[in-house]
Ligand binder design. Structure first.
Ligand code: MN
Length: 207
């Protein structure tokens, strides 16, 4: 039976200071992400996990394959598990602040330039009412990058979009340090984006 586990962070809890504070990182990873891991394991068990052996991103891409009674829980906990796994990977204490390579070219094509892309992404993140995520995704149908938002823990996989970079705008991601100042959190987060990781993720898809 598939059992998901809390993934290790690729850096220490205090490594993203001063942009993301240590206490927030600890609680976010050890408590919130752990709760999504536990919830996912339980909701898969409830629908008979042996009949759903695919990795969670594949399950999310085809939620109809899950019995209706379990769909909403798997959307929430499975999305929560996978969204956070990617979130940790796409941050780094050694961000150089800008994408390069093919991703940079795509950003220039669809958003004119990187500054304009950042502005569009931030505006979209700030427009989310309540809890959710802002994403840079790859739309494989049209072979292009897009900025989208999802509510709560819904994953881009559920609408057949491949997540490249996601920003968690749940209050639990920033409230301890930034309180109601979501714009300050979004602005700070740009400093820790791991563009090498995001760029490689894009290149693997686009090639
Ligand atoms: Mn979160």
């Amino acid at each position: 039976m598939v059992q998901y586990e809390l993934p290790k962070l690729p850096y220490k809890y205090d490594d993203l200071e001063p942009f993301i504070d240590t206490e927030t990182m600890k609680i976010h990873h050890q408590k919130h992400h752990q709760a999504y891991v536990d919830g996912l394991n339980k909701s898969l068990e409830d629908v008979g996990s042996a009949s759903h052996p695919q990795y969670i991103s594949s399950i999310l891409s085809d939620l109809k394959s899950i019995p209706e009674s379990g769909r909403s829980a798997i959307n929430f906990f499975g999305g929560g598990f996978e969204n956070h796994r990617l979130f940790w990977e796409t941050m780094t204490p050694n961000g150089d602040g800008t994408p390069g390579g093919e991703l940079e070219d795509q950003i220039d094509i669809y958003f004119d330039n990187f500054e304009n892309f950042k502005k569009s992404f931030s505006e979209k993140a700030l427009s989310i009412q309540g809890s959710g995520w802002c994403w840079l995704v790859f739309n494989s149908t049209y072979h292009k990058i897009e900025i989208i938002t999802t509510e709560n823990q819904t994953s881009p996989w559920t609408i057949q979009k491949h997540p490249l970079l996601g920003l968690d705008v749940w209050e639990h991601a920033y409230y301890l340090k930034y309180q109601n100042k979501r714009p300050d959190y979004v602005e700070a987060w740009w400093n820790v984006v791991n563009w090498d990781y995001v760029g490689n993720r894009f290149s693997e898809l686009a090639s």
